[in-house]
Each structure stands twice: as structure tokens, then as C-alpha cells.
Design a protein around this ligand. Structure first.
Ligand SMILES: C[S@@+](CC[C@H](N)C(=O)[O-])C[C@H]1O[C@@H](n2cnc3c(N)ncnc32)[C@H](O)[C@@H]1O
Length: 397
């Protein structure tokens, strides 16, 4: 097993900043393999963060492909500059050294996020404010027009990393978090993040990131008997169908890079067309029972069906309302993958009782299959009763 990534060391002010992708804790090595598969090189893997380079001339293509194709990326950041700053006014001056006219016009909108560590500021919101002020002050016209701040759907989303006295400013090529694939419909309590779902399937060995996307799954039938909105099975069905995770948003041009003033639209169109051509339409019928999901709650079933339809995999995924004890894998050699309700929303005693029954059901009804269970770090988990062959620590956020 690869080592558990540690936070990356603070950069030196003269070290050129690199492309950076962010993920959930526990999924760093999955994302590293995905990035290598699209041509990323010289990866530096830290906790929730991967810095990478790419071949000369392929910077934009690699950036766009990371957004469009990496299932376990949450953000993909392109550096705009790195500066030394040891006080708010120095940070402001450093940000004014960037030519923001290349990025924004006064009629555009802006969002700034900041992450700070071991530095002269104690509040990341204040750091973000300093950057925002520097940008809008530079662009403000004599009549007072300037880009407005917008939290959702801003034309340009910036990310400041302020570590010690080194400030790195990035633009976010994804815009909204990439876990939002663009196929989620309806509302259920505690839906699983699509990024985490893809990561769990990779860690379970059902999907091999970095392999040929059209032939990268183990072929095991998938069953989620407590499916909620169906995230695990729907994500699995899209992987098996060769559908890139960024495709749905790309159809609406809803990734950050589409709004960059220097967006290479020809390149973006070519990349998206290639991904569309790779996606196999549902008539390439998989064996029935390849993707099964069920839930006791009819509202969850309704939401899961709506999500499967929006993702274009409704024909591949069977979604039923039933108690998990009435569900069965469609064949031996299946993967049962699920995240049962857990302690924070359920009293420990009830969560424990449910896990005990789930363990019993797996033993009695799922012989010859494997199981991957996302369990909370809760005292209820000890009631599960089955020995695990492998435990992986994951953070959902
Ligand atoms: C944490 S949620 C699963 C979230 C899901 N992975 C998603 O992406 O939306 C747990 C689900 O277990 C379902 N559930 C609870 N008890 C159940 C039972 N006895 N049989 C089937 N489903 C059950 C709940 O209705 C809920 O949708």
C-alpha cells in the first residue's frame, strides 16, 4: 500500500508554482493514477493535494483533461503567480502585480477562496478579502464600475494559498466542485459525494484508474442495497459505460475553464467530442443485474431513478424499493458496495443493530461475493461482526 500522504512542505518563494489538483483525504493515490494517465508528470503527492507538471506545449490540454476526466479530483488549479508577502499590505501589493485585465472585465463576476497556514493572518476570509480588493481596485473604472463578487457561478474563481510568507494565487479550472457531475436530481438526506463513490469503487478494486477507460472495471456486478440516491451504482454504471465524469457539465459549458478569457475553445470542443465518442450508449446492453440498487425509502428510490435517468444510465441500472434483507446479488462474484446510515444521524444503538443485520445478511445471502462498506468512525461499527480484509481511512469533506 502506498504511504499515507502528509501535508506538502511550504514552497520556497522562488519555486515556480505548478498545476495542483485537490481531492478527499484517502483518495490521493487514486487521483495520482488518474493524473498520470492523462500525461501528468513529476507528481508530488500531499494530503488532499497533488502538484504536477506536464510536457511542454500540453499544459492547457492536461489542465482541461484533468477537469473533464479525473473522477477523484475536486478542484484543478492553474497557478497565476507566486509572491513573498509578510503583511496584508504586501499581499495586496503582490496581488496588484498580476495583470487582472487578462482575466476579467468589469462586467464579469469574481469569487476568491483562501487557504492559510502558519502565516501572518489568522482568518482565511480576511486573506480572500485582501485578494478580492486588489483585483477589483485594479479593474475599477473612473465611473466606479468593477467586477462584482458572486459565490455561485462566478466568471472567475480564484484560490489563494498562503503558507508562511509565500502566497500562491491560482485560478480554478473547474469552477464548482467536481463532485457535482451534473446529473444529481431530487433530494435525499446525506447523499454520498460522487468523488468519494468513485474512490471507494477504485479502492475496492472494481475500477482501475488509469487503465483504458473503456475496459477498466473488474466486470463484477454491483449491488447497493441501501442506495439512497444511488450514487455508488450510478457512478459505477457511468464508469463501465466509458462516460467521463466531466461530460454532463461540459455539455452545458459549466466548467470554470470555459469561462476563462483565454479559453482555447477549439481544443475544449475537440476534447469533449472525443469523450462523447468514447461513451458507449446504453444499447450496448450489459448483462441484466450488472447494476442493482435498492432502498427502503420510496423518496430515495425516486431520487435514484431520476439521477440514473439524468446520467443516461437508467437502462443499465435496476432500482427497486425494498428492505436490504430482501436484496440479492445477481450472481456470485458480485461486489456489494454501500454506505449504511451512520451514527451522526442515527442513535448508536440503532446504527449498530442495522450493521449487525447487514453483516448477517452478507454472510447468509451474499456467499461468493465481496463487500465494500463505508462505515462511520463510530462505536456502532463494532457491531458489524465481519472481519475486514482491508481498512482504508477516508474523509468525506
Ligand atoms: C447514508 S444513506 C445512503 C446514501 C447513498 N449512498 C447516496 O449516495 O445517496 C443510507 C440509506 O439507507 C437507507 N436504509 C435505511 N435502512 C434501510 C433498510 N432497512 N433497507 C434498505 N435501505 C435502508 C436509507 O433510506 C438511506 O437512503
Amino acid at each position: 500500500m502506498p504511504p499515507v500522504p502528509r501535508p506538502l512542505a511550504a514552497p520556497a518563494a522562488d519555486e515556480p508554482p505548478r498545476l495542483t489538483a485537490r481531492t478527499l483525504e484517502g483518495l490521493e493515490w487514486v487521483l495520482a493514477r488518474e493524473l498520470e494517465a492523462i500525461g501528468a508528470r513529476d507528481l508530488r503527492v500531499g494530503r488532499r493535494t497533488i502538484e504536477f507538471s506536464c510536457a511542454a506545449g500540453l499544459e492547457r490540454e492536461t489542465l482541461y483533461r484533468a477537469v473533464l476526466e479525473c473522477r477523484t479530483a475536486i478542484r484543478v488549479l492553474e497557478p497565476l503567480g507566486r509572491f513573498q508577502a509578510d503583511a496584508p499590505d504586501r499581499l495586496y501589493a503582490a496581488m496588484q502585480a498580476v495583470d487582472w485585465t487578462e482575466q476579467l472585465t468589469t462586467s464579469d463576476t469574481l469569487r476568491v477562496d483562501a487557504a492559510i497556514h502558519d502565516t501572518f493572518l489568522t482568518h482565511s476570509l480576511y486573506a480572500a478579502q485582501v485578494v478580492k480588493d486588489a483585483v477589483v481596485d485594479q479593474l475599477r473604472t473612473p465611473s466606479g464600475r468593477r467586477p462584482d463578487v458572486r459565490l455561485r457561478g462566478a466568471t472567475l474563481r480564484l484560490a489563494l494559498h498562503l503558507v508562511g510568507n509565500v502566497a500562491t494565487i491560482f485560478r480554478d479550472a473547474a469552477g464548482r466542485s467536481l463532485h457535482q457531475r451534473g446529473w444529481r436530481m431530487g433530494e435525499v438526506e446525506a447523499p454520498l459525494s460522487e468523488v468519494l463513490a468513485a474512490g471507494i469503487l477504485a479502492i475496492a478494486g472494481w475500477w482501475r484508474p488509469g487503465d483504458d477507460p473503456t475496459a477498466c472495471t473488474s466486470g463484477e456486478p454491483l449491488l447497493d442495497p441501501l442506495c439512497g440516491s444511488g450514487t455508488l451504482v450510478i457512478e459505477g454504471a457511468t464508469i463501465a459505460a466509458g462516460m467521463a465524469p466531466g461530460l454532463w457539465r461540459a455539455r452545458r459549458k459549466a466548467h470554470g475553464f470555459f469561462r476563462f478569457r483565454d479559453c482555447d475553445r477549439g481544443l475544449a470542443t475537440r476534447l469533449v467530442e472525443a469523450l462523447e465518442a468514447r461513451a458507449r450508449p446504453p444499447q450496448g446492453d450489459p448483462p441484466s443485474g450488472a447494476f442493482q440498487a435498492s432502498d427502503l425509502d420510496p423518496r430515495a428510490v425516486e431520487a435514484a431513478r431520476a439521477c440514473a435517468a439524468a446520467a443516461g444510465v437508467a437502462a443499465r441500472v435496476a432500482i427497486e424499493q425494498r428492505h436490504f434483507e430482501d436484496a440479492r446479488p445477481s450472481a456470485p462474484g458480485s461486489l456489494v458496495v454501500t454506505n449504511p446510515p451512520y451514527g451522526e444521524r442515527l442513535p448508536v444503538a440503532r446504527a449498530g443493530a442495522l450493521l449487525r443485520r447487514l453483516g448477517d445478511w452478507l454472510v447468509q445471502r451474499c456467499g461468493g461475493s465481496r463487500a465494500a462498506i463505508l462505515a462511520a468512525d463510530s462505536p456502532a461499527t463494532k457491531h458489524f461482526g465481519l472481519r475486514t480484509s482491508r481498512r482504508v481511512h477516508l474523509m468525506n469533506g
